[in-house]
Design a binder for this molecule. Structure first.
Ligand code: UDP
Length: 217
């Protein structure tokens, strides 16, 4: 049986990711009816020409192997769903836009989604299930944790550490750190859109503005 490929999440971001997966399958000569969406609440039976299956229907479909890309912006949901993949013997599927740029010595964990115009420069470590939305970049010597999400146009300069489950909003700028003294975005922190981050952000904190400051609730 032929392998089956899926993009999990048939909403906005999933519809942006699926064509990138389609492009890489087409390059590999894989028939496009082997590419489906998975959604726990299918919005329609078909979206943009591809079937939308529930998780169970995806598992029931005959296939020699199964590959799934998690196209859901919430890192917490990606962690939950990546456990579901592992428990069912389904492989994570990395999806990279054909025009993304990657330079020297970039190590990346499973399941990343790298959208169009993403740039990863040199000597970078990235964990599992990273999302880099359109036009984001990661510069030299950065260390990115697991389940980290970059919205569109994030500018992550050199020597920055982004811990697990952090979410960086559209157009945010992370100031470069120093070798051995990185700028650090703590676990589960949220950087608001357009924020200019000039110093460390503590775990779990939301920062906004220029210079970025903790959001007063
Ligand atoms: N979803 C799902 N299982 C989950 C969480 C979300 O199938 O555990 C689906 C949800 O039904 C929706 C999509 O994933 O269709 C997520 O879309 P959302 O609008 O939250 O986010 P975006 O597309 O902006 O990432």
């Amino acid at each position: 049986n032929e392998p089956l490929y899926a993009v999990y999440g048939a909403s906005g971001f999933g519809r942006e990711v699926l064509p990138l997966g389609r492009e890489s399958l087409a390059r590999a000569g894989i028939a496009l009816d082997r590419l489906v969406f998975i959604d726990d609440e299918p919005p329609m039976p078909q979206v943009n020409g591809h079937r939308v299956l529930t998780w169970q229907a995806f598992l029931d479909e005959p296939a020699g192997a199964r590959f799934v890309s998690l196209a859901i912006a919430s890192g917490a949901i990606r962690e939950k769903l990546s456990n579901r993949l592992r428990d069912c013997g389904v492989s994570p599927w990395d999806i990279r836009a054909g025009n993304m740029v990657q330079l020297d010595d970039v190590a990346m964990g499973e399941g990343a989604i790298l959208c169009a115009f993403v740039t990863l420069t040199s000597n970078i470590r990235i964990g599992r299930q990273f999302h880099a939305n359109i036009y984001s970049y990661v510069a030299h010597d950065c260390v990115i944790g697991d389940f980290v999400t970059f919205a569109p146009g994030v500018m992550c300069n050199g020597n920055v550490v982004v811990e697990d489950h952090a979410y960086i909003g559209t157009g945010a700028i992370l100031r470069q750190g120093k070798p051995g003294q990185p700028l650090r975005i703590g676990r589960g922190a949220v950087v608001g859109m357009g924020a200019v981050v000039t110093k460390d952000v503590a775990a779990g904190v939301t920062v906004v503005g220029n210079p970025a400051r903790p959001l007063l609730k």
